[in-house]
Design a protein around this ligand. Sequence first.
Ligand code: SF4
Length: 489
Amino acid sequence: MGEKIAIDRIPVCGRIPHFNYKVVKQMYYHIWTIGCQMNVADSQRVAAGLERLGYTPTDRAEDADVMILNTCVVRQQPEDKATNRLNQLRSMKERYPERVLGLMGCMVGVKDPAPLRERFPWVDLFLPPSDPTELWSHLAENGKLSEAQTLIADAEARRLALGRTDTILPASEQGHVVNAYLPIVLGCSHACTYCVIPYRRGAERSRPMSAIIAEAHQLAAQGVRQLTLLGQIVDRYGYDLPEFGRSSETPLVALLREIHAIEGFKRIRFLTSHPNWMRDDLLDAVAELPKVCPHIEVPVQAGDDEVLTRMRRGYTVDDYRKLVARIRERIPGVSIATDIIVGFPGETKAQFDNTCDLLKELRLDKAHIARYSARPQTVATRRFDDNLSHEEKERRRKALDNLQSDILTEINARYLDETVDILVEGWHARRKRWFGRTTTDRLVFFDPVQDSGRDPGEAGRDTNRLGHIVPVHIEWAGPWSLVGKPAEE
Ligand code: SF4
């Protein structure tokens, strides 16, 4: 791998600093990320920190001096995937012991990693979710950093200790990234019986508003045009912050107004909501603030009261039904997405049918459907017998997915022959098309402008539409995406 000339500015005597030229090995990093948007945001920050130290990204773990696996354990499958990846990297780590291998995210969690250290002795570092502090000190203490780099790393560790960071987007992504995720609430204190997140990400804690605003300004200055605010229950932002103690306004509304005023952002989103915390002033703010997209992500998880009670979600089917009506009444043209777990322990055929009926009735714009997966430590695993077979869970997941696909085919047909504004997020090389989303979170592909005599793909590629709002005339509509042509053509 490459070498580079590094300049360490080492002050010697008098006023004129001396420069010490030396050839140092170009250092590479590789981050492997699975799971939710929170993990994507966490990995981006680690990447940004490493690039500040002079590391260069590589797609090949085999070439990396620092490898980080950012993991998810919300279901057994992603946990198995991470374990397999760690086992695959063992021989490489044993061959190159000087390289740094770190495990991060929900597989590590917030508890003592001693059991993991025992299970994976070839791993150097175990980093809690959203907290890479130990990485910087490890690199400094193990001679991986020059004097200058150590100063940078120390400063970053101090900032992180204050809940701030100056490194959000890696330099290699600045100017090329349209979307960015900004965590505003970490952890969760709700206690859904099936969920492992509170045990792995800890209790709910809102980040200081000033830190969030400062980071939002940075992201806008670095070319981000769509900002998504993140929290396990994002609507609970600020309830634990003293500055909102007496305010009657939902703190998230105050934050949305502040971010809305920042130049550069064209779209603002937030996820994930919880039915019990969606207050009217929040819905009204979504309707009022033009950059805030009329799209709400609010999981229902099941369409049966008995199942919801055993999930300890804290609302009934009728509460959810009324919430959907309230959202649609207060936000014109709103789209609503939900999450559903099928095959929860003891879910009867009739209870599953109730979930199907609710989906048919509410005709939501998106439904993420997952099979129940028993997680260690959770109340459901301790109390309930996971009595449904994988095959039966999969049959229910497929049935609900097909139902939602039919609903979406009907709903999306209304976009045909319409012109919609797309925020362009990227170029799809295989389809030779640009892609982006409507404010209602519809995925749209569109052709590049025809330039006679040239390969449309290449021609389209030339007109950099990244981060622009493009009016697209829709010519095809399917359940999962729409296709069209730029309206100006
Ligand atoms: S609200 Fe429930 S499902 Fe969501 S993160 Fe918290 S405990 Fe998990």
